[in-house]
Design a binder for this molecule. Structure first.
Ligand code: NAD
Length: 495
C-alpha cells in the first residue's frame, strides 16, 4: 500500500498496476492509499487497485471544481453541449475494451457491461440535445406593468455518488444533466466497481476544462465527506435506502439540494387476463436474473393469479433452469457471479433462513465450471414457492439471483400485496387486456410501471425514473433530472 501523503501529485500510474482508480483533481492524479480490486468470478485474480479517497481529497476536488465553475457556467448551454458532445465522442472511441474491464471487476455478463458502458455516451448525447431548454429565459408575464422572466441557473459544485451495480450508466445519469446545466462535478465511484468508471471519467475530464470534473474513488469516508461538504450545493446519490438516509441527514448541514435514487423491491403481477406463454416466461426470467438480480429495478417478487399459478411455476422453473452460471467473459455464461462477499453471504443467509422457515427453495441453472466454482461469488438462480407474503425474502430487497412466486385471487389482493412495501421504485403488470393492466397499474405505489415487460431497455433515458416511499426523492432521467440540477430564478422588471 502506498503511504505518500494525500495531496502529493503522482505523475504516472504505477506500471505494475494494469488498472487504477485514482483520485483525480484538476487533471492531476493525487497520492492516496489503495486497496486491490478483485475479479468476482476469480477471486485469486487482482485486476487493479482503487484509491481510498479521504475527506481531504474531497476538499481538494471541491476547491478545483469551485474554481472551474465561473468559466464553465458562463458558457452558453450550446457551447457546453458542444464540449460534452466532443467528450461523448472521445468516450465512444475509448470504450472498446472497457466493457470487458467492467465484467472483470463487476461480474455481470458482457452484453450487460456493454449496455452499462455504452450508457455514458448515450446519456451525454441525450442531454446535449436539451441545450435549447436552458438557452433562453422564459417570459412569464409581459404587460404594461413590466416583464417577468424565469430562467434556470446552475447550482454550483455537484457531488455524484455512485453504487457498484451499474456504475457507468448510473454515474452519467447525474453527471450529464449537471454539466449541461453549467455545474461542475465531483464524482465518487464505489470502491467495489471503480475501474471502468474511473477510466471513462479520465476521458471526460481530459475533454473538458480543467477542474470541471473531479474524481474521488473510495468508500463511505469520501461519500460522507461529499454529502456533508459546504462547498457542494447538490448531490445526486444512487445507492441503498439506508445510505440515502445518511446522505439526507448530512446534506441538511448546508441545505443541499438532493436527488436520491434508492433501493427497490419491484413486484411483477401476472393478472387473470394474462396468457402464460414463452414470451411472458422468458421476459420474467430476464427481469429477475439480469446482472444476477443486482439491479435496483429487477423484479424481486412475482404475484401470479391462482388460475395460472401452477402452470407458471412449472414453466418458469424450467426456463430458469436453462440459465448457465459462470464467468461473465465466457460467451456460454448467461449469468455471472454476484459482485462482492457481503452480498454473497447475505443472499446465502437469506435463503438458509427461508428454507428453515418451511418454504420450498428450488435451486436451478447449470454451473459452467464446477471446478472453479468456489473461486468466485457464484450463486445459482433460485425460485422460492410456498412462502408467506410477509416473509423476509419477500419484503426485503434481496439483490441476488432469487425470486419468490406467490398466488393471489383478486386484483385488490394483488394491489395490496404489491403496495405492502417500504419501497416503491417500479412494478410490472402482465395481461392481454390493456385496460385491465392500466387499471391495476394506476393503483400501484411506485415511480414506474411497465406493462408486459420489466427490464433494461424498457426504460428510456427520456422517461422520468425514480421512487415513491423508501425508493428515493426526485426523478432521474429526462428533463426532470436537468431541472433538478438547476435553481429557478425569476427576474421582475417593473418599468
Ligand atoms: P450503498 O448505499 O452501499 O453505496 C452507494 C454509494 O454510497 C457507494 O459509492 C458508497 O461508497 C457510498 N457511501 C457509503 N457510505 C456513505 C455515506 N455515509 N455517505 C455517502 N456515501 C456513502 O449502495 P450499493 O451497495 O453500492 O448499491 C446497491 C444499492 O443501490 C441497492 O439498494 C440498489 O437498489 C440501489 N440502487 C438504486 C438505483 C436507483 O436508480 N434507484 C440504481 C442502482 C442501485
Amino acid at each position: 500500500m502506498e503511504q505518500t501523503p494525500a495531496g502529493t501529485v503522482l505523475t504516472a500510474p504505477d506500471d505494475a498496476v494494469p488498472h487504477e482508480a485514482a483520485v483525480l483533481v484538476a487533471g492531476q492524479r493525487l497520492a492516496s492509499d489503495f486497496q486491490p480490486v478483485v475479479n468476482p468470478a476469480r477471486l485469486s485474480e487482482v485486476i487493479g487497485r482503487v484509491a481510498l479517497g479521504t475527506a481531504e481529497h474531497v476538499d481538494q476536488a471541491v476547491a478545483a471544481a469551485a474554481a472551474a465553475f465561473p468559466a464553465w457556467s458562463q458558457l452558453s448551454p450550446h457551447e457546453r453541449a458542444a464540449r460534452l458532445g466532443d467528450a461523448a465522442a472521445a468516450i465512444t472511441a475509448a470504450a472498446g475494451p472497457l466493457a470487458e474491464l467492467l465484467t472483470r471487476e463487476q461480474g455481470k455478463v458482457l452484453w450487460e457491461s456493454r449496455v452499462d458502458v455504452g450508457g455514458a455516451a448515450h446519456i451525454l448525447g441525450y442531454y446535449t440535445g436539451l441545450a435549447d431548454r436552458l438557452a433562453e429565459d422564459e417570459v412569464f408575464r409581459s404587460d404594461a406593468r413590466g416583464t417577468i422572466w424565469s430562467g434556470r441557473r446552475p447550482m454550483g459544485v455537484t457531488g455524484v455518488i455512485v453504487p457498484w451495480n451499474s456504475p457507468v450508466y448510473l454515474a452519467f445519469l447525474g453527471i450529464a444533466p449537471a454539466l449541461l446545466a453549467g455545474n461542475t462535478v465531483v464524482v465518487k465511484p464505489s470502491e467495489l466497481a471503480p475501474l471502468t468508471l474511473s477510466a471513462v471519467l479520465r476521458v471526460l475530464a481530459d475533454a473538458l476544462p480543467e477542474g470541471v470534473v473531479g474524481v474521488v474513488p473510495g468508500g463511505g469516508e469520501a461519500g460522507a465527506a461529499i454529502a456533508a461538504h459546504h462547498g457542494i450545493r447538490k448531490v445526486f446519490f444512487t445507492g441503498s435506502t439506508a445510505t440515502g438516509q445518511q446522505v439526507m441527514r448530512a446534506a441538511a448541514g448546508n441545505l443541499k439540494n438532493i436527488s436520491l435514487e434508492l433501493g427497490g423491491n419491484d413486484p411483477a403481477i401476472v393478472l387473470e387476463s394474462a396468457v402464460v406463454d414463452d414470451r411472458l416466461v422468458d421476459e420474467l426470467v430476464q427481469s429477475v436474473f439480469t446482472a444476477s438480480g443486482q439491479i435496483c429495478f429487477n423484479v424481486k417478487r412475482i404475484y401470479v393469479h391462482r388460475s395460472h399459478h401452477d402452470e407458471f411455476v412449472e414453466r418458469y422453473t424450467a426456463a430458469v433452469d436453462r440459465l448457465v452460471v459462470g464467468d461473465g467473459l465466457d460467451p456460454r455464461s448467461t449469468m455471472g457471479p454476484v459482485n462482492n462477499r457481503p452480498q454473497f453471504e447475505r443472499v446465502k443467509g437469506l435463503l438458509e433462513r427461508t428454507r428453515a422457515a418451511g418454504a420450498t427453495v428450488t435451486t436451478l441453472g447449470r454451473r459452467l465450471d464446477p471446478d472453479t466454482w468456489d473461486d468466485g461469488y457464484f450463486l445459482q438462480p433460485t425460485v422460492v414457492t410456498d412462502v408467506e407474503p410477509g416473509a423476509e425474502l419477500v419484503t426485503c430487497e434481496q439483490f441476488g439471483p432469487v425470486v419468490p412466486v406467490l398466488p393471489f385471487d383478486t386484483d385488490d389482493e394483488a394491489v395490496a400485496l404489491a403496495n405492502d412495501s417500504e419501497f416503491g421504485l417500479a412494478a410490472s403488470v402482465w395481461s392481454q387486456d390493456r385496460e385491465h393492466a392500466l387499471r391495476v397499474a394506476r393503483r400501484l405505489e411506485c415511480g414506474s410501471v411497465f406493462l408486459n415487460v420489466h427490464r433494461i431497455g424498457a426504460s428510456d433515458v427520456s422517461m422520468p425514473f425514480g421512487g415513491f416511499k423508501g425508493s428515493g426523492i426526485g426523478r432521474g432521467h429526462g428533463i426532470t433530472a436537468l431541472e433538478a440540477c438547476t435553481e429557478l430564478q425569476t427576474i421582475a422588471d417593473h418599468v
